[in-house]
Design a protein around this ligand. Structure first.
Ligand code: AMP
Length: 171
């Protein structure tokens, strides 16, 4: 299977007017499509040395956990502020209106670990840039970033800096 776009639908004006939301639930809900998508990432990253997967709250957990399981390595969540129970590092970043804070456990992985970061969608890049900062605070070396979708019009890669980003689908 190579055309994953038919499993991604546009929801106009969600969650607010003017936003065209890329809904990946049809992809996740179709067993062969989801499996084929995860295998694309497995093939892309199987030759890399990766110690741990970091997934971003909340849809990044889906790809991240599937990939961690498939590669036989651990999974670490980055969560919204106030959700993780142990000592955390936090990074606050700007949204279109206001700001948001993401957190990671300070002991999430050993310093020097080789990390693959997973999320569902790259738009403006604010979420991913904050997550990259968090991984660095813990002492991780980012091997790559894996995404279901990249919305290229927002040029999110520029905000994330010089990181190897691999997207299943670009719009
Ligand atoms: P950003 O920080 O702008 O790159 O936004 C990334 C986060 O917001 C991702 O974790 C997505 O879950 C979500 N997101 C932003 N824009 C969209 C969109 N058009 N469709 C679906 N999810 C989106």
């Amino acid at each position: 299977m190579s055309d994953f776009t038919k499993f991604i639908r546009d929801i106009p004006n969600f969650p607010k007017p003017g936003v065209s939301f890329k809904d990946i639930t049809p992809l996740l809900g179709n067993g062969s499509a989801f499996n084929a998508a995860v295998e694309v990432f497995v093939n892309r990253f199987r030759s890399e040395v990766i110690d741990v997967i970091v997934g971003i709250d909340a849809r990044g957990f889906i790809l991240g956990a599937a990939l961690a399981h498939r590669l036989g390595i651990g999974f670490v969540p980055i969560r919204k502020s106030g959700k993780l129970p142990f000592d955390c590092y936090e990074v606050t970043y700007d949204l279109e209106y206001g700001a948001d804070t993401l957190a990671i456990h300070q002991d999430a992985f050993p310093r020097g670990s080789r990390v693959l970061v997973c999320d569902d969608v790259l738009a403006t890049g604010g979420t991913l840039a904050a997550s990259v900062e968090l991984v660095k605070k813990v002492g991780g070396n980012i091997v790559g970033i894996a995404l279901f979708l990249e919305l290229t019009e927002f040029e999110g890669r520029k905000k994330v800096g010089n990181q190897p980003i691999f997207s299943l689908v670009e719009f």
